[in-house]
Design a protein around this ligand. Structure first.
Ligand code: PA5
Length: 464
């Protein structure tokens, strides 16, 4: 498998000041992990954890590629409508696996593949500006929603479909849309059936934030030229390597247990993910949703649990957040992602030999600089007893990205068992949704309206 995890700087032996996970805690963690692993296996066998099988679901990827091929060469832009798990994965894949500034490159530099725009919000300024830039006659619109009725995505859809019809007419508009949604339920599925709109399934046992390896991520990725079979191959390699309850041999288990022990035994409630590669920046944002929405929960015994994920990127955040990581509260882990293969890239010219602040850089590479800075930051944190560990990948390509995504998803499932929460629901977002429905007048929200009306109103005493 194209990744490994070095967790020396999490352990009590190497770390100073009595910090770090002790051998006893690690041994007990390995026992707890075996139970967590077995529980995940039981749910998998029961058919509730569909994400586990996605890397080897040949039928699903074949359908996706058939649809992608149908639009190949026919569109200049792909406009993706979605939010949360229906948007973050596609954004992460575009950033990681296409050259920087993809949407600004001309068609030749994009080798004829389309640009990919993701509307992951309902800010009217962004939507108007995006629509104003697109030639809708050469645009494919992908509407993604597992539930098929998420308010933000439905609002985006209503606006974009109107604009598309105004531009190309009713019938052509239908042929320029693809829906990605649950096979049975939801408004999108019903509209697709009624109007004959091409639709790809998100298997019913795959939840939104675990769906990047379905058509949610694979369709937009294939359309912009990502080798999605290599990506699924990397995920499959990770799955095979993680198919063991032996903690020492299961990298996803190691990630989950390290974070859980750091949180519950060492007060490290904040889990930073800090890749040293711009291309992986959005994977950190994708991970934030996965870790936060899966693990921030009320347990059956009434206690609230859940680590807070924090995205960062090296070296940029050395000049923003690392001061806090070094000297702020001892409440964080930092998980670095190191990319080995950048060392030869970006030769720095020799100039200003009389200026010692610059002269030493001549002849080195940007890749070396980035990696040396990562090692220095990890070492500095360790020297001050700050918990950190490093996921190492040889390069940023489809195979390693597939492995990383799968590693984080599986680690999240294990962590749900360790924290004793259901990692696959999100009941905490319901009340806010219901209040919004009540204010928007959606039928069936009378009870929420009553609760909303009883809430305290803004008090002028508390306004400046
Ligand atoms: O993980 C989840 O289920 C959520 O974060 C969803 O991804 C998000 O709410 C969007 O939902 P949907 O895909 O149903 O529109």
């Amino acid at each position: 498998m194209p990744l490994s995890i070095d967790f020396t700087n999490m352990m009590a032996g190497p770390l100073p000041n009595g910090r770090g996970i002790t051998e006893e805690q690690w041994t007990a963690g390995a026992e707890r992990f075996r139970v967590a692993f077995d529980r995940v296996q039981v749910q998998h066998v029961a058919g509730t954890l569909g994400f586990i099988d996605l890397p080897t679901n040949d039928a699903l990827i074949a359908e996706t590629l058939t649809v992608a091929r149908r639009f190949g060469g026919r569109v200049d832009d792909v406009l993706l409508l979605g939010i949360g798990g229906s948007a973050l994965g596609p954004i992460a894949l575009r950033s990681a696996l296409r050259p920087p500034h993809w949407n600004e490159l001309d068609a030749a530099a994009r080798q004829g593949y389309p640009r990919l725009h993701v509307l992951d919000n309902v800010d009217p300024a962004t939507i108007a500006a995006t629509l104003a830039r697109l030639a809708l006659a050469r645009t494919l619109v992908i509407v993604i929603s597992k539930s098929g009725g998420t308010v933000e995505t439905m609002a985006q859809y209503l606006i974009v479909r109107d604009a598309l019809e105004a531009s190309v007419g009713e019938e052509a508009a239908k042929s320029q849309m693809v829906f990605v949604t649950d096979p049975e339920v939801g408004a999108l599925r019903a509209i697709a059936r009624a109007e004959g709109i091409t639709t790809l399934d998100i298997p019913s046992n795959v939840g939104g934030r675990f769906s990047v390896l379905t058509a949610v991520g694979m369709l937009p990725a294939a359309l912009i030229g990502v080798d999605v079979r290599a990506l699924l191959g990397g995920a499959a390699e990770c799955a095979a390597r993680c198919n063991t309850g032996e903690l020492a041999s299961n990298p996803a288990g190691v990630f989950a247990v390290l974070q859980w022990l750091a949180d519950t035994k060492h007060g490290a409630h904040i889990h930073t993910l800090m890749p040293y590669a711009d291309g992986l920046r959005e994977i950190a944002s994708w991970f934030v949703q996965l870790w936060a929405e899966s693990l921030g929960k009320i347990r059956p015994d009434g206690t609230s649990v859940g680590p807070t994920p924090l995205p960062a990127v090296g070296a940029t955040d050395q000049h923003a957040q690392v001061q806090l990581f070094m000297e702020g509260p001892l409440d964080k882990t930092v998980c670095f992602i190191a990319v080995d293969g950048k060392a030869a890239q970006g030769k720095i010219p020799s100039r200003h030999s009389d200026r010692p602040e610059l002269a030493y850089l001549g002849g080195q590479t940007l890749g070396q600089l980035l990696d040396i800075e990562r090692q220095a930051t990890a070492g500095a944190l360790a020297a001050r007893g700050r918990l950190n560990f490093t996921i190492e990948v040889p390069t940023v390509d489809a195979r390693t990205v597939g492995a990383l995504l799968y590693l984080f998803e599986l680690a999240t499932a294990y962590a749900g068992e360790l924290y004793e929460v259901n990692a696959f629901d999100q009941p905490g977002v319901e009340l806010g949704k219901q209040f919004a429905y009540a204010m928007l007048g959606r039928p069936g929200s009378d009870e929420a309206r009553r609760e909303w009306d009883l809430l305290p109103r803004p008090n002028p005493r508390y306004r400046v």
